[in-house]
Design a protein around this ligand. Structure first.
Ligand code: PEP
Length: 256
């Protein structure tokens, strides 16, 4: 059985002034056990303007700081964009790519993600690639078709030996921000399928790549979801804004 360390990442979405970020990090550091006693890797995905505050506050704590988007080019006529090197320069550890909210509201495409995921790796950033189906796609029996497309496109330009450096977040869109968490069975089945897709490229990578679940994870439902054999942690939106609750979710990764 491969030893995959769970990864719990909080996604602040559009939340977090620099003052709020500073206060949050102070509280998180009070609540979170030392890195050696944590059952999971921990990360925060924060707005661009709060990245340096979090990097500074969390330095040496083992808590990873991630951005919520980036462009794949180093420079050019892309007004409003931020490059991989710019994030790395700030001391950021990684970046969330392809979140369904960016796909829906900001025209993020699988074609763009095909450039972004390897660009993040080349800059030394840890990418979390988000995939997931809509409610209609699930009802029409198209979940696997959608996941296959998103995973294959998003990872297409990542060399097989680097696949393991990517984290994939399976986030059914109908569960994001709705309070309707997937059943543990649905999460397990979809995540095992995502893992098998990685296995089509590299069996070894499939054994070691981390696949998170995301969608209305809360302290109350986290233990059951995180206990599933293929679920390697969680991407937590709303519930991550409360440091107490977020730390409980991290603790749930350690089992009952
Ligand atoms: C997310 O932002 O990725 C997410 C899963 O949000 P929520 O936990 O609020 O559903």
């Amino acid at each position: 059985m491969p030893d995959r360390r769970p990864f719990i990442a909080g996604n602040w979405k559009l939340w977090g002034t620099r003052a709020q970020a500073s206060e949050y990090c102070d509280r998180l550091m009070e609540l979170l056990p030392d890195e050696s006693r944590r059952p999971a890797d921990v990360g925060l995905c924060v707005p661009f303007t709060a990245l340096d505050v979090c990097v500074e506050k969390l330095r040496g704590s083992g808590v990873k700081v991630l951005a919520q988007n980036m462009h794949w080019e180093e420079s050019g006529a892309y007004t409003g964009e931020v490059s991989p090197a710019m994030l790395a320069e700030v001391g950021v550890d990684g970046v969330v790519l392809g979140h369904s909210e960016r796909r829906e509201y900001n025209c993020e495409t699988d074609r763009a993600l095909q450039q972004k995921v390897p660009a993040a790796l080349d800059a030394g950033l840890h990418p979390i690639l988000c995939v997931g189906e809509t409610e209609e796609e699930r009802e029409r029996g198209e979940t696997q078709r959608k996941l296959r497309h998103q995973v294959q496109e998003g990872l297409e330009k990542v060399p097989s030996e680097r696949l393991v450096e990517v984290t994939i977040a399976y986030e059914p869109i109908w569960a994001i921000g709705t309070g309707r968490v997937a059943t543990p069975e649905i999460a397990q089945e979809a995540i095992a399928f995502v893992r098998a897709l990685v296995g089509d490229r590299s069996r070894e990578a499939a054994e070691h790549v981390r696949v998170q679940y995301g969608g209305s994870v809360k302290p109350g439902n986290a233990p059951e979801i995180l206990a599933q054999p293929d679920v390697d942690g969680a991407l937590v939106g709303g519930a991550s804004l409360d440091p107490e609750g977020f730390v409980q979710i991290v603790a749930a990764a350690g089992g009952p």
